[in-house]
Write a protein that binds this ligand. Sequence first.
Ligand SMILES: Nc1ncnc2c1ncn2[C@@H]1O[C@H](COP(=O)(O)OP(=O)(O)OP(=O)(O)O)[C@@H](O)[C@H]1O
Ligand SMILES: [Mg+2]
Length: 296
Amino acid sequence: MARKITFINYKGGVGKTSLIINTAACLARLGHRVLLCDFDTQSNASIWLLKLERWNPINSSGEGSVFSIFEPGRHRVRDIIIRDVVTDKAGGNPLPGLDLVPTTFNLLELESEYEGDPRRPAYLIFQEQIAEIEDKYDFILFDCPPNILRASQCGIFTANEIYVPSNPDALSLIGFTLLIEKLGRFHQLSASFRKSSMGPAAAVHGVIFNAIKTGVDIEVPKMRMQLRLNQFKAAKRTHKDARIFDTFVRDAMVVRRAVALGLPVNLLGQESPGDSVVRDYENLANELVRHAPHLA
Ligand SMILES: Nc1ncnc2c1ncn2[C@@H]1O[C@H](COP(=O)(O)OP(=O)(O)OP(=O)(O)O)[C@@H](O)[C@H]1O
Ligand SMILES: [Mg+2]
């Protein structure tokens, strides 16, 4: 069974999408089969990996975008997966094993016009369709916006593990606290739909510090985060093994550039691999593999 993982923080702009894409790319490089599902209306992950020329037609027609599994509901997740999504200029696949469920701007309708059947909420429809294909993957990752509205709920309900990207600042800590509160409420609301075959409701397993600038001491923000984590752990509001990850991802210009180039950072080949943000993402992917929680 695939490990199903959501990266989310209630604080926006902390690096959720950058972390999930680059970690997914490193996991695929390690030989894992990875499916990345984009649940952010901004479509940042989809535009990054497809580049505008491949994403625009999906956005214009809505065909093949994740919203099409809800409305008109003709497609299933397995029909819209873009396999080996990363392509190079020659049309080759430099990163086999990284697949994408793309989103487009129409996902916004899930939060407004979409009515659906209250007995079959969107997150249940999505979870059932992921269950059909999950044996084909080692990791299924969900990129969510900084909230727990309907789109995020799909990722959170389907996942069993949550990791919280954070910057070393007070707002990330507030975002983490808000996330724990909203998560508790969502789990209560969705409990009647959870079956044992789905595994445990997603709990926070880790905090990942991102975009750490050279020379900036993060001991104090790290200590504050640790204290907060300890409080939540003691109250059983996170997984019992939740921890701050040893790997910190540094701030690096190449991360911002990678978006424009439509590639994960590990395919850019622009940095010395021994001491670079690529190494941070590799370490993060390895740490995620090693963390392998006892989900029971
Ligand atoms: N390690 C890094 N070094 C430098 N810049 C980074 C790094 N990680 C993320 N960024 C930049 O920070 C900005 C926000 O990153 P990103 O879009 O990944 O955050 P997000 O949490 O997904 O945002 P949102 O809440 O809007 O979904 C982007 O401009 C991105 O390029
Ligand atoms: Mg994002």
